[in-house]
Design a protein around this ligand. Structure first.
Ligand code: ADP
Length: 471
């Protein structure tokens, strides 16, 4: 069964009230009853003792009912209880509530429990329902003597009607209290849940609107509680989503723009060729070269984008293995040497003696370093020195690619890792750059557990570096 917050809260309060009610009925009222009766009992016991003593001092013979009954009547007014004298054989000698004639007809009292107990133990007591008075009666008995001999039992009786009445009254009060408490519980749970569910509904509506695309929707946040925290989280989520959408929009725009240039190049070269240049022995190879260059650029962009998206969605699992660093860097130098030589650049390899094997993904490391070397040879001027280095620090290796090139302006430095960002667009294009190289290198290094950093001073050079451990 599906219960709303209101029903759950109401049931909770209801069960608490019910528990309090049961506790009152089961524990409180009987305890009150016991305490009251106990006080009455102690009090009545003393009074019974005094009445028995008075009876002992009555000189009238044990068959002179008029004298005993008169004494019972007299003592009853001062003892504030019904007083009865019962002879040892069970005959009632006097009773404050019976007339002399009734006394004659009074039944044998010897078998009454309190009388029997008094015979046996000296004192007796009994608590029983009185049929005539319709309330509980408390009886107390004590023996009395006559002419030095044990002659009978004096009995005092009081009605517990007042206690019974008070207890009944209290029971009603508890019941009424319970009903009032229940009504209040219903009101409170209704009010509280109304407030809570109003806020929850507000958030649900906002979340739905956001899901349908209205990311600017805002929840009204009040207070500083869990719901307010939820509201803030929703806002945060919407902001992140908006940002992600904006990034995606920019990205699609950038990609289209980047693809447009080589495609336009290919098209115009193809058109020129079709319009006659194909038969021109001098122009034809030039235009074909343009087609090839732009197609290669298209290929690089597509490949790098694919690799970036794989890295970002972490679909491509790394395959780590013990990778000897020295041979890897040497082969990179060999690969870029012709490049560097063409531009009269010096390519220096510097490896610490203690750098040997690193447990990492060889291909990813090679790709990241080769992107950095490619940039260095591309952007550093002719005659510059490019250094590829690896130094050991504890269990990690610090990799560096430095150049004595033109450096990067501080304004560009923080953005060069963004996709398609170029500090010098014209130069990048002319050199066949895609604007994705550094972004890819950054992601590759991060996938290996490192962090790609850059330091650059305009006019002095640039150095990219990162530290990799044995993962
Ligand atoms: P590109 O394909 O344009 O080289 P990258 O992401 O590799 O794209 O680099 C981004 C930009 O950072 C480059 O366009 C260039 O302006 C700048 N850059 C990268 N490496 C260097 C370097 N070693 N020296 C100077 N500028 C550099």
């Amino acid at each position: 069964m599906k219960l709303g917050i209101r029903a759950k809260l109401f049931l909770l309060i209801l069960s608490m009230v019910a528990l309090a009610l049961v506790a009152a009925q089961v524990a409180l009222l009987p305890a009150l009853d016991r305490a009251w009766t106990e006080r009455l009992r102690a009090d009545l016991s003393i009074r019974t003792e005094l009445v028995a003593r008075e009876a002992a001092s009555l000189a009238a013979p044990l068959d002179m009912l008029a004298a005993w009954d008169a004494l019972a009547d007299a003592l009853a007014t001062s003892a504030l209880a019904r007083v009865t004298f019962i002879r040892s054989d069970g005959r009632v000698l006097g009773d404050s509530e019976l007339s002399l004639e009734d006394l004659e007809r009074a039944p044998d009292h010897a078998t009454r429990p309190e009388v029997l107990e008094s015979m046996r133990l000296g004192h007796g007591e009994a608590l029983r329902e009185s049929a005539t008075l319709r309330s509980r009666m408390l009886y107390m008995t004590a023996p009395f003597t006559h002419a030095g001999e044990r002659a009978g039992t004096a009995r005092l009786a009081i009605s517990l009607a007042e206690i019974d009445r008070t207890l009944t009254h209290l029971t009603y009060l508890v019941l009424i209290g319970t009903l009032v408490a229940l009504a209040i519980a219903a009101l409170i749970s209704g009010a509280v849940t109304h407030l809570i569910s109003k806020r929850i509904w507000g958030m649900t509506r906002a979340a739905r609107a956001m899901a349908e695309g209205a990311l600017e929707t805002r929840v009204q946040i009040s207070g500083n509680d869990e719901l307010a925290a939820l509201g803030h989280s929703l806002h945060h989520l919407a902001e992140n989503l908006s940002h992600a959408l904006a990034v995606r929009r920019d990205f699609v725009a950038n990609v289209s723009h980047e693809l447009k240039t080589p495609i336009a190049g290919i098209r115009s070269a193809a058109e020129t060729l079709a319009n006659g240049a194909l038969n021109d022995a001098v122009a034809a190879p030039r235009f074909l070269a343009i087609v090839e260059r732009e197609a290669t650029r298209l290929q690089s962009i597509v490949e790098e984008l694919l690799e970036l998206s794989q890295l970002e969605s972490s679909h491509r699992a790394l395959s780590r293995s013990p990778t000897p660093i020295r041979p890897l860097l040497s082969s990179l130098v060999t690969q870029y040497e012709p490049h560097a030589q063409r531009r009269y650049q010096r390519l220096v390899l510097s490896i610490g003696k203690d750098v040997d094997v690193l447990h990492t993904d060889r291909r990813a490391l090679e790709r990241a370093l080769s992107n950095l070397l490619d940039n260095a040879t591309k952007y550093a001027d002719e005659g510059a020195t490019i250094t590829l280095s690896a130094t050991r620090t504890d269990a990690s290796v610090l990799f560096g690619v430095g150049d004595t090139g033109p450096g990067i302006e501080p304004a560009h430095l923080s953005r060069i890792f963004e996709r398609f960002y170029r500090a010098d667009i014209g130069r990048s294009r002319a050199l066949g750059g895609t604007g994705l190289g550094l972004s890819l290198a950054k992601h590759l290094v991060e996938s290996l557990g490192g962090h790609l950093e850059v330091e650059s001073t305009v006019g002095l050079g640039t150095r990219f570096s990162f530290v990799l451990g044995n993962e």
